[in-house]
Design a protein around this ligand. Sequence first.
Ligand SMILES: [Zn+2]
Length: 242
Amino acid sequence: MKDQILLMARWQGLKNETEALERRIGALPDKIALLDQELAAREEEAAAAEDAISRMKKAYRELDRNARDLLARIKGKEARLPSVKTNKEYQAILKEMDAGKAENSRMEDRMLEMLDEIETAETTAGHIRSATAIVRERVARDREEIASEQRRLITERDAVLRRFSEVDEELEASLKEKIGAVMARCKTPAVVPVRNSVCFGCHMNIPRQLYNELQLYENLKYCPFCSRILYWDPVGEPDSSS
Ligand SMILES: [Zn+2]
């Protein structure tokens, strides 16, 4: 019986190991998604900065066009001056030209401001581009690391699964049924160690009598508190020389 009980312990151990590896493998896509999200946010920020610059440049070109049109109109007025008949009309045209020149000067001031703003925005966009490039490289590296971790974990899991099926073949069918019955009551893991009288399924102290019996490996014992199948694990006990 001792062999089968220890085999059960091994069966559960390998099952736990498989499940832990499965959980780690299962968590990897989320890690990749987080990296992709981080990069997408950066790319979006970079694209927004570029958009802002092209809007600013467009506004600058528009203002430049308007300023040129205005200058052309001022020149047109100036060309009319020699053919003006009355002083009143002459003065009116001069007044319009002055107003136009003042407006043109405001436009040119604004254009200079805009050039400064574009330069600042381009510097900022440059920083964002470099930061994005760094993130892009890191994300590519991290993704590769995750992919190789995934391959490693899958290889490890497959090896554990092979050991598990060997143990599973050796384990008596009646014992597998008993494990199945405990698992069906939602007790996972179904087989747990008892160390220093403590059930590692529910962390309760089991009765002394049961603890002594467990060490004889005569028959299957269940935890009186959580109903899991127990096996004695002498790890860490002062009197466990072997
Ligand atoms: Zn228990």
